[in-house]
Design a protein around this ligand. Structure first.
Ligand code: HPA
Ligand code: ZN
Length: 354
């Protein structure tokens, strides 16, 4: 092994081994907003192609603006960024770039959220969004065997009626894209928009056969997590890190094996935690919660899924067998058919022996 003469050289060398280990570890990405994978370079290219003017003068100026105080300060830039996405080709390129990047990180299956209301409200047709994303997802499956599905996510800062209208507008497309669109989610500004606001929407989605997930307990209190479970019947909680503040709720999540799709670098950049070394992902994992690590909005938060694994390994002291457990949890918590799920779990067991 090559060692470095700089202080901490041994750690650097060990780090290199860790990086390869993490990137080769087959894993599923379960919490990823496709609009949050829009890298500044692509944003500028699409802006030019579509004649959209951007408030920042350059890629560097835009990246420099990625200093967030909280979820809302990020969402303001995130929604501004979506303005460059206009055509089917744009959505295809966006998803293709993400899937290529994910493959390099060892992602073999991705469950991808998208926010149609952020596009239809600007006059982009629902069909344009679906067609662009679906084209890239199907290509990745055919060319690389990387499987993926879509989670249509509703913006919780808008009224439930808006979400219901969005669902109805998307439903005719289910015939064409029903193999991909299998789940629904709830995202955007959390505090002040509790899950109960969307009870009727979720009831309808479940009746239609969609798998329900919801963001809860990122900035919002543990009661939002409980409501996401009890009122929305969410099968997975996106983030959920604040659940720990309510011991009874946390025990319930563990006992019932309800997965948490945790996004440590997102939590750091949005100041849900002030130091990655104090993130509760490792503690929850060691208590037996079905924790998964994910990238959320990697173009904005400085890292894709492997970076989340690697930085958590460094800062939280995750051992390799714990990284394998995280990967195993990602398949267990996925919406893959049982047979495919088991095939990945068997693959992990035969390669890593657990
Ligand atoms: N939280 C809520 N809504 C979002 C996020 C997030 O982290 N990313 C994109 N939409
Ligand atoms: Zn999210």
């Amino acid at each position: 092994m090559q060692t470095s003469s700089i202080p901490g050289g041994a750690a650097v060398a060990a780090g290199n081994g860790l990086e390869a280990f993490v990137r080769e570890l087959p894993k599923a990405e379960l919490h990823l907003h496709i609009e949050g994978t829009l890298e500044p370079e692509l944003m500028f290219r699409l802006a030019e192609r579509n004649g959209v003017s951007l408030p920042h003068a350059s890629v560097d100026a835009l990246r420099a603006a990625y200093q967030f105080n909280d979820l809302q300060s990020f969402l303001d830039l995130y929604y501004a960024g979506t303005q460059v996405l206009r055509t089917e080709h744009d959505f295809h390129e966006l998803a293709r770039a993400y899937l290529r990047r994910a493959r390099a990180d060892g992602v073999v299956h991705a469950e991808i959220m998208f926010d149609p209301q952020a596009h239809t409200s600007r006059g982009v047709a629902m069909e344009t969004v679906f067609a662009g994303l679906a084209g890239a997802l199907r290509d990745a499956r055919e060319r690389h065997g990387l499987t993926s599905v879509l989670i249509l996510s509703f913006l919780r800062h808008l009224p439930e009626a808006d979400a219901l209208a969005t669902l109805e507008a998307a439903l005719p497309l289910r015939e064409q894209y029903g193999d991909l669109w299998i789940a629904v989610g709830l995202d955007s500004s959390e505090v002040g928009h509790p899950p109960g606001k969307f009870e009727r929407l979720y009831e309808r989605c479940r009746a239609l056969g969609f798998r329900p997930v919801a963001h809860a307990g990122e900035e919002g209190p543990p009661s939002y997590v409980r409501d996401a479970l009890d009122l929305l019947k969410a099968e997975r909680i996106d983030h959920g890190v604040r659940s720990e503040e309510d011991p009874a709720l946390m025990q319930r999540l563990i006992d019932e094996g309800i997965p948490l799709t945790v996004c440590p670098l997102s939590n750091l950049r949005l100041r849900v935690v002030d130091d990655l070394a104090r993130h509760n992902a490792a503690r929850l994992l060691r208590r037996g919660a079905v924790v998964t690590l994910n990238s959320d909005d990697p173009a904005y938060f400085g890292g894709y899924i492997a970076d989340n694994y690697i930085q958590c390994a460094h800062k939280l002291g995750l051992a390799r067998h714990e990284l394998v457990t995280l990967a195993r949890n990602s398949f267990k918590a996925s919406f893959l058919p049982d047979e495919q799920k088991q095939a990945w779990l068997d693959r992990l067991e035969s390669r890593y022996g657990q």
